[in-house]
Ligand binder design. Sequence first.
Ligand SMILES: Cc1ncc(COP(=O)(O)O)c(C=O)c1O
Length: 384
Amino acid sequence: MPAIPFNRPYAGRRAAANVEDALRSAHHSGDGPWCEQVAERLSPMVGGGRVFLTPSGTDALELACMALGLGPGDEVIVPSFTFSSTATAVQRTGATVRFADVDPVTLSMGAAQVAERVTSRTRAVIAVHYGGQSSSMAELSALCDAHGLTLVEDAAHALGGTHEGRAYGSFGALACLSFHETKNLSSGEGGALVVNDPRLYERVEQLREKGTDRSKFFRGQVDKYTWVSPGSSFLLGELLAAVLAAGLDDWDLTQARRHAGWDAYESGLASFAADHDITLHPRLPDTRHPAHLYYLLAPSGQARDELLAHCRSRHVLAVSHYQPLAESSEGRRASGPYADECPVTADVSARLLRLPLYGSMTDDEVDSVITTVRAWATDRVVHA
Ligand SMILES: Cc1ncc(COP(=O)(O)O)c(C=O)c1O
């Protein structure tokens, strides 16, 4: 039986034709017609903010941290249960990474966890919407407002999701998207920074254009451009934007496949989960998730490892997820004097398993995954 991969990268059906078109055009670098088209199409999907395409989600996070002018002496609160980039982006500015735990139901850091870490040096909070869901953003926004903290969303999992009646990507002053091949929209590598606070437009433009006012020059607002601020190069090229455009054309199709898989896992594994003390990925109130990933929480770390090995031995390539950043060697360095305990992260990290889920997944593949997972119960009895 061919293996069912954890992820199968998807390029929209028109990707090759679009890339040829982009190659034939006179514009291969960033901010050309393909980039403009994609940024315009993404903006309503994230609530209307201005979208700047970047070479990766990591770059979007770094650009966000630079735009906030973070530096030594500042503290930024991030969850311990996230990808390293959420923290490395802070670390690169010289600011201290302050790790907070996640809520045991949403697996995202909410107001309760952030409140425990706020000090007089806290400048910003980076909220990760795990699996495209979150704790209450209204509560988190209120907490940030009360302490004068800037809210940044790491919405790498959340494109297409809504919460409390709003699109993810619209809650923070800044929000970061990823178009890595594992994400719902992919160009292999790629990302975007969504800017919801207009006061940051100019700074972001200069930072991503190598510290120059070249964007103004292209718009005819200045007659020459020059070095005006710190900066770097954070533009996505036209060829990859052409791939993203094809992915957006197929968005409804791939989202329908993802949701079909997610819903089938939920119903097909319900009795199995109840019988074996397994927690299924919950639907959260006031939230429409974008079917980015589907997880199970096993009753113990040992049970998770057994279930993982069982699936993989039957060619279903389920995987675990984030190891606690707060406990990593670099995490300890990045958090300076703090040694924050994040027990929920440690627990969840040991017990969580993600099932295959991708935009080209077939019903047969989903059925095979469900059958394989359910067979763990019988296999355990046989081998006991
Ligand atoms: C939560 C989260 N933030 C940031 C990133 C980084 O995105 P990228 O791989 O596009 O740099 C990822 C990674 O995939 C992620 O899962």
